[in-house]
Every structure is written in structure tokens, then in C-alpha cells.
Ligand binder design. Structure first.
Ligand code: ADE
Ligand code: ZN
Length: 329
């Protein structure tokens, strides 16, 4: 069985991380940037481990030099998502890669991304919303610039604020100022935690940054009391099993805690994170869940409903998308 045609909701997708390698190679050629070292002989992205993944990711981003590049990137990413049945997607956008945190430059990048999202909605029937994401290893000061960009451009499209990057650098509380600024501006909050950090990192993130969703969060499964708390408080996990297995955060699909978390009552959702980096798609995530845990169509549909409930878009958009999730009569 392949779940390609099942309508899907994706909450955790890094826009630059969705860049097809051929797209990045094309930009590198156009701009005469030498990044041949980041590709395998077969043409995929080449990296050794998570730290190196972040370096390769940032090297790929050096080819994305202006709003027009991000417009083309957004279209390329959404084409792939739509081909896998995604009808609604939330994507992480980082001012760090879009003008370096300058609000005026950021506005131009965001306008180009929104423009592409509108075009994709018209042509492919996929709806996109954006979440500004600060980058943890760039430090708390740079995070404030990202939060300022987010606060200045909050709207129908730009609905959230979060943090990605090297999770083991610094503590969540170092970024509280930025998260407070974003929350006060009315942005919804998510944060990567518990991908590489332990249950303590998830607990500190909940305490200091007060997200309603956690990116990954899988290491919470190591602490039964924390699992019970996530279930009790209805914290939503944006789980990316293919990413976790590919990067080595989890040893194998069979060992992935998503089924245990779900069975303990935690609200789990499924996303791809950076699909071409991990050779994954939403279709293959669903296929692997069915194959590994025996989840059937109704259980996979439930993941989508949980994700749409937790989506950061407005109520009217949610209602419109919900109709797409209903099985055909
Ligand atoms: N940025 C892109 N992918 C990421 C991941 N899996 N973890 C943290 N930061 C990221
Ligand atoms: Zn991520």
C-alpha cells in the first residue's frame, strides 16, 4: 500500500531543508559558487552526522541569495509536497538566511515566499503558512533579530515563531526574551527540543519558552512522568521519524518511540523535516508507519486530524482544509 494520495497535513518542514539538490546545484552554477563538496557522486546531499548536516545545510543556503531565489525555492518545495498529497503545510523560515535579520530585507523575502505560496495554492491546491525560526547556534542576540522580524510581519501567512539548529548549544532560557517578544506579538509558539537533548531539555523548553508544540520531542519518551505530562497538557509533538532514523537520533524505525508516545495519549503528528536530505517524503513516512507499526488508514487519517487541530492558521482556513481530509463518500 502506498499512501501517496491520502490528503496530508505537515507541520514541520524547513523551507531550505526542502530544497531539491538539483535546484541548489542549478543556483550554484548560475552564481558560480563552488559547493561540489556537499554532494554525493549520485547527486544527493553528503554529510556524516548531525553537526556536519548543519554545515552542509548552511553551505547549500549560500546559493539562496535573494527574494527571487526563495520564490523559486518555495515553488520547488511545494510541488514536491503536493505530489505527495500534502494539502496544508507549515514551513520554517529563517531571517538568518533571508537578509541576516534586517527587517526591511526580511519583508522582501517574505513577500516573495508568500507570492510563491499563493501561486502554489492556485495551481496545486496546497496551502502554506510560515513560522519564523531562529537558529540556536547563532545565539540569543541573533534570535532577537529573528523575533523582531517575526513580530513585524505577523499576519495571515506568518503565524508562528520557533527555534531550530544545534539543540545542545545553550539552554532554552537563553532565548526566553525572543520567545516572549514573539508571543506578545500574537505569534503561536513551537520549538525544537528532545531531538538530541534529553527529557530535561524538553522540560526546560516547556518551562522557559512555553511552546504549544515541540519539534521532535522524541526523547521525552525516556521519562514516563514527562510523557504523562505531555499527554495531560495536550502538547503536540511534530515527529519526524525518517529524519530521526537517517540522522541517527533513533537507531531504526522499529525502535522509534512514536507508537509508544501515541499509545500513552500524547498528540503526535508526522512530518519530513528536510525531505531530500533524508531521502524521505510524506508518502514514505506514512508507508513506513504502516509497515513498521501496522497503522491502518484510519490511524493515519487521525494523525492528519491531530495536525490540523494543532495548525497555526486561522479558523476559516482550518475549516476549509478540514473538508479536504474527509474521506470521499
Ligand atoms: N534545521 C534543519 N533541520 C533540523 C533538525 N532536524 N534539527 C535541528 N535543526 C534543523
Ligand atoms: Zn526540524
Amino acid at each position: 500500500m502506498t499512501y501517496r494520495s491520502l490528503p496530508k497535513i505537515e507541520l514541520h518542514l524547513h523551507l531550505e531543508g526542502g530544497a531539491p539538490p538539483a535546484f541548489i546545484r542549478g543556483l550554484a552554477r548560475e552564481k558560480k559558487i563552488d559547493i561540489a563538496g556537499i554532494f554525493t557522486p549520485e547527486g544527493g546531499y553528503a554529510y556524516r552526522d548531525f553537526d556536519h548536516f548543519l554545515q552542509v545545510y548552511e553551505a547549500a543556503c549560500t546559493t539562496l541569495q535573494g527574494p527571487e531565489d526563495f520564490r523559486r525555492l518555495t515553488l520547488a518545495v511545494l510541488e514536491e509536497s503536493a505530489a505527495n498529497g500534502v494539502v496544508y503545510s507549515e514551513t520554517f523560515l529563517s531571517p538568518d538566511f533571508c537578509g541576516g535579520g534586517d527587517v526591511f530585507a526580511w519583508r522582501d523575502y517574505l513577500a516573495a515566499i508568500e507570492d510563491a505560496a499563493d501561486e502554489a495554492e492556485r495551481k496545486l491546491g496546497i496551502t502554506l503558512r510560515g513560522i519564523v525560526t531562529c537558529i540556536r547556534h547563532n545565539g540569543p542576540e541573533q534570535a532577537k533579530s529573528a523575533a523582531r522580524c517575526a513580530a513585524e510581519t505577523k499576519g495571515r501567512f506568518l503565524t508562528g515563531f520557533g527555534m531550530a539548529g544545534a539543540e545542545l548549544m545553550g539552554r532554552p532560557g537563553d532565548f526566553a526574551y525572543s520567545f516572549d517578544m514573539a508571543r506578545e506579538a500574537g505569534l503561536r509558539i513551537t520549538c525544537h527540543a528532545g531531538e538530541w537533548g534529553g527529557p530535561d531539555m524538553v522540560a526546560d523548553t516547556l518551562r522557559d519558552l512555553r511552546p504549544e508544540r515541540i519539534g521532535h520531542g522524541i526523547n521525552a519518551a525516556k521519562d514516563p512522568a514527562l510523557v504523562a505530562r505531555l499527554a495531560e497538557e495536550g502538547v503536540v509533538l511534530e515527529v519526524c521519524p525518517g529524519s530521526n532514523v537517517f540522522l541517527g537520533a533513533v537507531a531504526a524505525w522499529k525502535a522509534h518511540p512514536i507508537a509508544r508516545l501515541r499509545d500513552a495519549g500524547v498528540k503526535v503528528t508526522v512530518s519530513t523535516d528536510d525531505p531530500p536530505f533524508f531521502g524521505t517524503t510524506m508518502t514514505s513516512e506514512f508507508d513506513m508507519l504502516a509497515e513498521t507499526f501496522g497503522w491502518e488508514e484510519e490511524e493515519l487519517r487521525a494523525l492528519n486530524r491531530t495536525a490540523l487541530d494543532a495548525a497555526f492558521c486561522d479558523a476559516e482556513t482550518k475549516e476549509r482544509i478540514a473538508k479536504k481530509l474527509e474521506p470521499a463518500a
